[in-house]
Write a protein that binds this ligand. Structure first.
Ligand code: IPE
Ligand code: IPE
Ligand code: MG
Length: 247
């Protein structure tokens, strides 16, 4: 096969941890633990492959509906993995960013998130984006509020508004101008969105950003996903014909 074209921006809905555990007669939290190992191993490998931005869906705005036991288990896992993630990011020149509304987390987790971003901001390799308490609709809602506030304060940059011959009427807010108020400001839209565990839906992930992403669904449950599986998804991506509305 000819050389694989590696997408610059890849996003993954890491799904199937619970089913992975259930198949083995283990508690759901055990599946989440294995899921953390899978992402920890994948980050440096994805960087080596040439991916520039890897965004993963770790916890949605809807996941708070789960049992108290499962939610607190996930928080504890984050606490444990935050320091490992920092160490690994430093070793592999990875820059970390978090999207989603971090305000809902306990203070120690907010501190850990801020620290991960702060300590890795100068790194120039892969950007690892973690979506936590993230929902696409919630992100759009918060972006609209930020924009409204900036408008009121007169801090919206002039280039956010269309000039002559733009694709929207002159003087109106452009799509790029609005996107600067999203959590993902500065992060390119995903070329490829992967969902594991066979579910055929977006579940509120990157609602704005995935408008023209190629979607690859694999039946593999997230804890079993690895660099070989990622390469298979990229191979499928290479067979797609992206038209962006053209012909
Ligand atoms: C994804 O796995 C991880 C999170 C949503 C936190 P699930 O926990 O959704 O696993 P399934 O879908 O129940 O198998
Ligand atoms: C999406 O998976 C959220 C994450 C992977 C973090 P869910 O398991 O929550 O999605 P649904 O409920 O199957 O749509
Ligand atoms: Mg699920």
């Amino acid at each position: 096969m000819s050389e694989l074209q590696i997408p610059a921006s890849v996003a993954i809905i890491m799904d199937g941890n619970g089913r992975w555990a259930k198949k083995r007669g283990l508690p759901r939290t055990f599946g989440h633990k294995e899921g953390c190992k899978a992402i920890e191993a994948l980050i440096p490998e994805a960087g080596k492959l040439g991916i520039r931005y890897l965004t993963v869906y770790a916890f949605s705005t809807e996941n708070w509906k789960r049992s108290e036991e499962e939610v607190s288990g996930l928080m504890d896992l984050f606490r444990y993995y935050a320091s490992r993630l920092l160490k690994s990011a430093k070793e592999h020149n990875v820059r970390i960013r978090m999207i989603g509304d971090r305000r809902r987390f306990p203070q120690d987790i907010i501190d850990a998130i801020n620290m991960l971003e702060q300590e890795t901001r100068e790194n120039t390799g892969l950007t690892f984006v973690m979506a936590a308490n993230y929902g696409g609709r919630d992100e759009l809602r918060r972006a609209a509020m930020r924009y409204a506030k900036a408008l009121q304060e007169g801090t919206v940059p002039p280039e956010a508004f269309a000039g002559k011959n733009a694709k929207v009427p002159e003087g109106e807010l452009t799509e790029e101008g609005f996107a600067a108020y999203l959590d993902t400001a500065g992060i390119p839209d995903p070329d490829l969105v992967i969902r594991t565990s066979g579910e055929l839906r977006l579940s509120n992930f990157l609602v704005w950003q995935a408008a023209y992403s190629e979607i690859v669904i694999t039946d593999t449950l997230w804890p079993d996903f690895n660099i070989e599986e990622l390469k298979k998804c990229i191979e499928e991506f290479n067979h797609r014909n992206r038209r962006f509305g053209g012909v």
